[in-house]
Ligand binder design. Structure first.
Ligand SMILES: [Zn+2]
Length: 176
């Protein structure tokens, strides 16, 4: 089932998500719904708070060289923790909760990610490049932070102005 995506400036996006304690059937259903929501929205990542659940859950499905997303590459990441951050990378990021905006953001180039899978099993992976960027973007969501908050002051101001205009157009398309 596709879930509604929470969109900025909804205040829910500022909530700090809580750790998951029960790895039960409800969690599995929720993960499946998150997957459908992410794929149908053409996203490569989704945090639970983006579908209004303040729990430390996120999905990532990074496209292959042909730009295709394969379910084999799906990562269901619960209670994530990053360490060993190294280097810097600038990547043009977008977000399902901030539709139609893409901005260059600087992140760590590589890191170690420790997390639990849907059964509570502990897993550790090394990530670099786009995967590293996407992990940091989604963990920001779990901490109530959006990528636009990482923009320098001037670009943030410009974003707020353009975004407000866009929201107005969406509400009242005839006035454009
Ligand atoms: Zn996002």
């Amino acid at each position: 089932m596709k879930l509604p995506v929470v969109v900025y400036p909804d205040k829910k996006l500022k909530l700090i998500s809580k750790p998951v304690e029960s790895f039960n059937a409800d969690l599995h259903t929720f993960l499946d719904n998150m997957y459908e929501t992410m794929m149908q929205s053409n996203g490569i990542g989704l945090a639970a708070i983006q579908v209004a659940k303040a729990e430390r859950i996120m999905l990532l499905c990074i496209p292959d060289e042909e730009g295709e997303q394969n379910k084999d590459d799906l990562l269901e990441i619960i209670n994530p923790k990053i360490s060993n951050e190294q280097g810097t990378i600038v990547y043009q990021e977008g977000c399902l909760s901030v539709p139609s905006f893409y901005e260059d953001i600087e992140r760590y180039e590589s890191l170690t990610l420790d997390f639990q899978d849907r059964h509570g099993k502990k897993i550790s992976i090394q990530a670099e490049g786009l995967l590293s960027v996407a992990i940091q973007h989604e963990i920001d969501h779990l901490d109530g932070k959006l990528f636009i908050e990482r923009l320098p002051y001037g670009r943030r101001k410009k974003f707020e102005k353009e975004y407000k205009k866009l929201l107005k157009q969406k509400k009242n398309p005839a006035s454009d």
